[in-house]
Design a protein around this ligand. Structure first.
Ligand SMILES: [Fe+2]
Length: 303
């Protein structure tokens, strides 16, 4: 009888250790990933792009705030934030303070569902078998205050908008959409021929739903940046993420990949970078085999 009772005890102990590691250590084990993207014209000098996403900040998360503040030492030429900055009614000044040094640099942003609505208590296991519902009944967050703070710093709001920024003496054209996870994307408002006079054209969105990626790739954006997936958040070692929380395939849950439009076109496949983000919902503060991250993308000449 002793071996039979020992097995469930061992399983329980291993499970408790895994939860303790995921909630007590990995969720605060912030990492920087460095990725090289061969996307610039021949002869162009490298461009350093800091991609941050899914901060889900609350006022009490001091370690995350300190880590975000230190990212400025990477000396990026451009900052791209792909949404889900907030997780608390009083988080706007916290986000602006944590990003303070980075706000002095050229930057662009979009919002995600968690900028618009406060997090809700849900069964975290739902994340593993279905896409989370849009929290339409949740309490609104002060996203417009965050927008005003970003805009006052000179960051470019890409909510269903195209725009240009001068970065390191180069002209970059951007097109962004509002969060596809909430069905707020209006790609028709930004669709069309790219600005050939720009040195680079970049598509930006929060949740990487294929209906938007397909059209950005069809229009020929050589680089597309997204967040939302949390890299799967709970991953299986040697297997990877189980879900992406959208209709993107799980092998692209984080990192760099090529993305081809299913429509007929003459363009090269886009480079798609999906950030695993650096936060979680306060009601599911666990990460496993998928540490919180920011990414320094070094853009270099193609080929
Ligand atoms: Fe998120």
């Amino acid at each position: 009888m002793r071996p039979l009772s020992a097995i469930p005890l061992a399983v329980l102990a291993a499970g408790a250790a895994g939860v303790g590691y995921a909630a007590g250590y990995e969720v605060r084990s912030f990492r920087l990933r460095r990725v090289e993207v061969p996307v610039l014209p021949a002869g162009a000098r490298p461009l350093r792009v800091l991609h941050i996403s899914d901060l889900h900040l609350t006022p009490g998360q001091r370690k995350k705030q300190d880590w975000l503040r230190r990212l400025d030492s990477l000396d990026p030429d451009l900052v791209v934030s792909t949404g889900d900055h907030l997780a608390h009614q009083r988080a706007v000044p916290v986000v602006l303070d944590a990003l303070g040094p980075l706000l002095d640099r050229p930057g662009v942003y979009v919002f995600g569902s968690n900028d618009y609505y406060a997090p809700m208590l849900k069964n975290p296991a739902r994340y593993l078998w279905r896409n989370s519902d849009a929290p339409l009944s949740a309490e609104p967050l002060p996203w417009s205050d965050l927008r005003d703070g970003f805009n006052a710093a000179g960051w470019l709001d890409l909510t269903n908008t195209r725009g240009r920024l001068k970065v390191d003496d180069r002209e970059i054209e951007f097109a962004g959409v509002d969060d596809p996870h909430l069905g707020r994307d209006r790609y028709d408002q930004v669709a069309g021929v790219l600005d050939a006079a720009a040195d680079l054209n970049v598509g930006v969105l929060h949740a990487p739903y294929r209906r938007v990626l397909d059209r950005m790739a069809q229009d020929g954006f050589p680089l597309i940046l997204a967040g939302h997936t949390h890299g799967g958040q709970l991953c299986v070692p040697f297997y990877g993420p189980l879900v992406t929380n959208c209709d993107l395939d799980r092998k692209r849950a984080k990192g760099l990949s090529r993305y081809s439009s299913p429509f007929a076109d003459d363009h090269e496949p886009s480079w798609l970078h999906v950030s695993a983000g650096c936060g979680t919902s306060p009601y599911a503060p666990v990460r496993f085999a998928c540490p919180p991250e920011a990414t320094l993308l070094t853009l270099v000449e193609a080929g």
